[in-house]
Design a protein around this ligand. Structure first.
Ligand code: ZN
Length: 268
């Protein structure tokens, strides 16, 4: 059963930090601190941290900040089910034409955590919330790639990947969720019927967009699209797109090309 993932904290205040500029690209890292979470629960955060540190490689331009400090909290939210967690930036800074996150927090409903662990989906929920802290859905408006209420994400990198990955060559935007209420709307890729059915958008592996990690409802098994990864380029990060395994269809296309080349050689 799909469950809404988040009531993201939208932080209006932008703290202008006096940052020294550097011509070198700074590395990206996530510095985690915990409260209200058992050591066993905390152990699930390492994989999410490694994942995002692996695909977000740094900052574009001359940004010297080394990463984001994230506070991860166990919290009483709304009991079993419904909202599983929330996340967002706490302090921001602008430099080099982008608005970035300096610090942020993630909260997880203590009524849900152990169930999520049993179901094997706590890691996905953490990865999802961590993405919001880094900027997914929370830093779109400050970076000019989304207007609240529009349902249309227009960042060029994610749009480029979306057109190819989900076979939407004529798309002029990536659809953004408008349902689900505050905290779900305007901060996720779109699903249909409040997470109640397939979207009809499929990647080359046949995976429907509803299973993408950054939609507003948790469906497992989830996957992280190239569209999501490229969206971080749109908000000022450098990204290792190749860190996502190439979908099999791409490999098949290459294999088909290989067959053609082989045939030509035989004829020759
Ligand atoms: Zn979310």
């Amino acid at each position: 059963m799909p469950m809404p993932l988040a009531r993201e904290l939208l932080v209006a205040s932008v703290a202008a930090l006096g940052l020294a500029s550097s011509p070198a690209q700074a590395a990206f890292s996530i510095d985690l601190s915990f409260s209200g979470l058992t050591p066993a629960q905390q152990s699930y955060f390492a994989a999410a941290k490694s994942f995002w540190e692996g695909v977000i490689t740094g900052y574009q331009g001359s940004v010297s900040l080394g990463g984001i400090a994230i506070s991860a909290n166990g919290a009483v939210i709304d009991g079993v089910g419904n909202v599983l967690g929330s996340a967002g930036p706490d302090s921001l800074f602008t430099t080099g034409g982008f608005a970035y996150v300096a610090t942020g927090e993630m909260s997880f409903d203590t009524a849900d955590i152990d169930n999520l662990i049993v179901q094997g989906s706590f890691t996905d929920v953490i990865r999802h919330e961590m993405a919001h802290v880094i900027g997914f859905g929370t830093m779109w408006v400050p970076n000019g790639v989304y207007a609240d209420g529009s349902g249309r994400y227009t960042g060029s990198n994610a749009l480029r990947e979306y057109r190819f990955e989900f076979n939407q060559p004529a798309a002029t935007f990536v659809p953004v969720e408008l349902g689900g209420g505050a905290g779900t709307a305007d901060g996720h890729w779109n699903e249909v019927n409040n997470g109640g059915g397939n979207t009809g958008l499929r990647d080359p592996l046949g995976r429907d967009m509803r299973f993408e990690l950054m939609t507003g409802w948790l469906d497992t098994p989830s996957f992280v699209s190239r569209t999501t990864l490229a969206s971080f380029q749109d908000i000022g990060y450098t990204v290792a797109l190749a860190a996502v395994p190439e979908p099999e269809t791409y490999a098949l296309l290459l294999a088909g090309l290989g067959v053609v080349v082989l045939r030509a050689r035989r004829r020759a």
